[in-house]
Design a protein around this ligand. Structure first.
Ligand code: SF4
Ligand code: SF4
Length: 381
């Protein structure tokens, strides 16, 4: 099958998501300034162990082959290991579901590292946003760099194998991309770089943290030159307007191949759009997740052909697809307009026009929920 026909098939949606993120809890020991889910405090409506297992059985029946588990910090859940083991083990509902989970590493001591290393179908992403404590802790909080490095040391000592180091690319750490790669290589790990979105607490930190237009070019050039063994997900397809396309899918998969189940069971089109406008249903609703995925009005409409809007006249539209829906939505830009980080500069112009219109600024969407603990978020200098 050609890439073009694969992409057009994916745009109309699949029987099951291929990139399902499940945030197990809003509770977190850290409170990163760019947290896409504004995590911190546990939500009392969190899915119970029994409910979570029921969701896993539904995913098995849908033949979902792996899930990304996140949070909050998923390891704060007392049933974390129970749920992971339940997921990877086949049962009467179907095959095991592989798990990749994202963590800040706080709870990966030597004993837990050995336990994780002994499990099959499990991958781990340790979050790190700077190659030194100064850069990292400014975003993720005091002590978080040492915490992540300790977890990496423990995983390496337990012979876990090639875990991932997951970096949100910011204005402050773009100059460190080579060093991140060297750090990952030193552990026999794999580097994963993702794009900063203005979601969750990122709504308020995006202006300060997002890479400049010049740096967008730097990221593109770096990925072209050094990105061969670097994972990016769908993060950087807006950069394809700069030249030959980066490897990976150049499309927004929200509601088509991507979705999020949040800790209270709400299903959103993607992890970066926790807002009522992108909430398709709840796994507690009749028919559960399967019904939401297959029949919700929101996902049905996202699988329809989308208008190119203001980007239609841009010669780079086929490569860039107008960028990321979440980035547009939470910066207040129209969904059929240019991405706020449009490499042609159209996004900057649109943002400047928006900033000059007080009514539009006051209507800028805010995330649906905020689980931030009072006065615990690092202060950006
Ligand atoms: S909204 Fe953005 S982050 Fe979400 S799936 Fe689309 S491109 Fe990816
Ligand atoms: S104008 Fe639209 S399609 Fe063109 S580069 Fe910018 S975001 Fe992409």
């Amino acid at each position: 099958m050609s890439v073009e026909s694969l992409v057009s098939q994916l745009k109309t949606g699949l029987d099951a998501p291929i990139c399902l993120t499940w945030e197990l809890t809003y509770a977190c020991n850290l409170q990163c300034v760019h947290c896409l889910s504004s995590s911190g405090q546990r939500d009392h409506r969190e899915l119970s162990t029994v409910e979570a297992k029921r969701v896993l059985d539904q995913l098995r029946e849908l033949q979902v082959f792996y899930i990304n588990i996140g949070g909050g910090e998923p390891m704060v859940r007392r049933d974390f290991f129970e749920l992971v083991e339940y997921s990877v083990t086949p049962n009467q509902h179907g095959s095991g579901i592989g798990v990749k989970f994202s963590t800040n590493g706080a709870f990966i001591d030597a004993e837990k590292a050995r336990r994780l290393a002994a499990m099959e179908y499990l991958d781990i992403q340790i979050s790190l946003d700077g190659v030194d404590a100064v850069t990292n802790d400014a975003v993720r909080g005091a002590g978080s760099y040492d915490m992540a490095r300790r977890a990496m040391d423990n995983l390496a000592a337990a012979n876990f194998g090639p875990f991932k180091i997951s970096v949100v690319v910011t204005r402050q750490n773009v100059p460190q991309l080579d060093q991140f790669k060297a750090l990952a290589d030193s552990y026999g790990a794999q580097l994963r770089v993702t794009r900063l979105r203005p979601s969750g607490r990122g709504v308020d930190s995006w202006d300060h943290l997002h890479p400049t237009n010049l740096q967008q070019r730097e990221i593109y050039d770096w990925l072209m030159a050094s990105g061969e063994n670097v994972l990016t997900g769908d993060s950087f397809f807006h950069l394809n307007a700069l030249g030959p396309s980066l490897p990976g899918l150049n499309m927004c998969g929200a509601g088509r191949v991507v979705c999020l189940i949040d800790p209270i069971g709400d299903v959103y089109a993607c992890p970066f759009v926790i807002h009522d406008e992108f909430r398709a249903g709840n796994v507690r609703d009749p028919g559960g997740f399967a019904r939401v995925w297959k029949q919700s009005d929101l996902f049905t409409s996202l699988r329809e052909p989308q208008s190119a809007g203001a980007c239609a006249s841009c010669g780079a539209f086929d490569a860039c697809q107008g960028g990321c829906m979440a980035a547009k939505f939470f910066t207040g830009l129209p969904l059929d307009g240019p991405d706020p980080e449009c490499v042609g500069g159209d996004g900057e112009v649109a943002l400047a026009e928006l900033a000059a219109t007080p009514v539009a600024v006051s209507l800028k969407p805010r995330p649906a929920m905020d689980h931030t603990k009072p006065a615990r978020v690092p202060v950006l200098s």
